[in-house]
Write a protein that binds this ligand. Structure first.
Ligand code: GTP
Length: 492
């Protein structure tokens, strides 16, 4: 009984073990899976060994085949890892470290692989190296792109800000500006640039058409004037001939009357003669009067027509002049903030510089830049960013003296010229200006937001070039930014 008991225990343990072992082959082959499942259920039921002995034979054959298949799979896997590695070795720009690891992996570690499982860490490293290679491949063109993107976007935005159009064109420019600030792809920037060029080109052509139409009407008026003068002078010539003939006729009649009167023999015949001749003379005089009136009317009409034409031409001309003036004015005005723009600043800057060269008076030059402006755009959107710039511009404008000149230099940067302001006195008004911006109660999405500016100042110095002076102010701004922002830095 004891032996029987021990044997049963061994059989049970082995049965359990066999069942568990059979599970480790699961998933290799469907046929094998089915057979092993039957085998396990027979074991569980305690079926007689004789009954499932043939099953074991078949399973063994299947397992043998499986072994051969596994070996061939492993060879295939080995070869494909080797091929993939070799291909990766050829990738240009692969980091040195990765290349070294890859060589070691292919030359040594791959040969030590004994089972499919051993491939897993190997494949893992291969994938990491592949990823590094891919990064390098992608970042070569893209790193140039991403490095270029912000400055390109800034340039384009500045350009778009300088475009001042009306109505639907203004809306188009607004959409383009939104696109520029919302994208981080160079392709999108290129599309926006092309859109801007298209808008400028179409406006140039519109402007040309309007100039052409003005020239056409000027030409027409001149032609009409010429025509009118020619026809008036022709008419006057014709009239002159008629007048001469009429005068001659009147003179002849008076001479005839004189002669006839002298040769008259009786009062009654004289009376009849005088009556007849006076009648005829009075008809001629009426005719003369009519001709003169006709002449006057003709001249009057002609002058009225010319006057009218010149009047309409004059009004067209003054409209055109106004538009040209506005265009020039607009060209010097920043569309968003309505402050003078960079072109206006350049003009004024050079003028002040010229005055300084002559008079050597004190001129303080200031550069003001909004702090972390990008994050305002990123957090609250481009429209909120635009509105912020408008409010800041207004505050800056209100914080300066009448004699100062402030302009939007581009993006979130403003420049201020303070003629007659020595640098040693500039501290107070500039601090006031900085605090005025800081004190603006901005509110975005119901959140109170404080926005600050960094300010760099310098003054014109003897021997300066305009660029030198500007660089000094820019350096001061750089220092204000690098020492914590929200501050004024004065560069003497
Ligand atoms: N909304 C709006 N954003 C603009 C305009 N012009 C330039 N910008 C944005 O202003 C941001 C300026 O960012 P950065 O030059 O990186 O400077 P910043 O974020 O202000 O940071 P610091 O100057 O270093 O404090 C960019 O995101 C531009 O896209 C504009 O007209 N409207």
């Amino acid at each position: 009984m004891v032996v029987e008991h021990a044997r049963k225990h061994q059989v049970d343990t082995l049965t359990h073990f066999a069942a568990k072992l059979s599970l480790s082959c699961k998933g290799m082959d469907i046929e094998l899976d089915n057979r092993l499942a039957k085998f396990r259920s027979a074991l569980a039921k305690g079926v007689d060994f004789e009954l499932f002995a043939p099953q074991i034979g078949e399973i063994l054959t299947l397992l043998k085949n499986q072994e051969a298949q596994q070996a061939s799979h492993q060879r295939e896997l080995h070869n494909s890892v080797l091929d993939a590695g070799k291909l990766l070795q050829k990738t240009k720009g692969l980091p040195d470290d990765a290349r070294r690891t890859l060589r070691h992996l292919l030359d040594h570690e791959l040969n030590n692989v004994q089972s499919t499982r051993d491939f897993i860490p190997l494949l893992n490293r291969l994938v990491t190296i592949y990823h590094q290679a891919l990064q390098v491949k992608l970042t070569i063109p893209e790193c140039q792109q991403s490095a270029m993107q912000p400055s390109l976007a800034k340039e384009l935005l500045n350009l778009a800000n300088d475009l001042v159009f009306e109505d639907e064109t203004a809306d188009q420019v607004k959409t383009i500006k939104n696109n520029i600030s919302e994208t981080d792809s160079v392709d999108d920037l290129l599309t926006s640039a092309i859109d801007i060029i298209r808008i400028i080109a179409s406006n140039i052509s519109k402007e040309r058409q309007s100039a052409q139409s003005f020239l056409v009407s000027l030409n027409q008026t001149l032609e009409e004037l010429h025509h009118s003068i020619v026809s008036t002078s022709k008419h006057s010539e014709a009239m002159g001939a008629e007048f001469t003939a009429l005068n001659k006729r009147i003179e002849d009649k008076i001479n005839n009357l004189t002669a006839q009167t002298q040769s008259a023999t009786s009062i009654s015949s004289l009376k009849a003669l005088v009556d007849y001749e006076l009648q005829s003379l009075s008809e001629d005089l009426i005719e003369k009067e009519r001709l003169e009136q006709q002449d006057r009317d003709m001249l009057l009409n002609s002058f009225q027509a010319i006057n009218h034409r010149i009047g309409s031409l004059e009004s067209k001309l003054s409209k055109y002049k106004k538009r040209l003036h506005e265009q020039r004015f607009k060209c010097l005005l920043d569309g968003l903030t309505k402050l003078p723009n960079r072109a206006a600043f350049d003009e004024r800057f050079h003028h002040e510089f010229h005055l300084f060269a002559v008079q050597e008076s004190d001129v303080t030059l200031v550069v003001i830049d909004v702090d972390h402006f990008k994050s305002i755009n990123d957090t609250y959107g481009h429209s909120a960013g635009d509105k912020t710039l408008q409010v800041i511009a207004k505050t800056l404008q209100m914080s300066i003296r009448k004699s100062d000149f402030i302009a939007r230099y581009g993006g979130e940067e403003f420049v201020l010229l303070m003629p007659g302001m020595p640098l040693e006195h500039a501290n107070k008004p500039l601090e006031k200006l900085r605090k005025a911006v800081k004190g603006i109660p901005f509110k975005f999405k119901d959140k109170q937001v404080e926005i600050t500016v960094s300010v760099g100042a310098t003054q014109f110095k003897k021997g300066d070039t305009p660029l030198g002076a500007f660089d000094r102010a820019d350096d001061a701004l750089y220092k204000a930014k690098n020492t914590g922002r929200d501050r004024l830095y004065i560069n003497k």
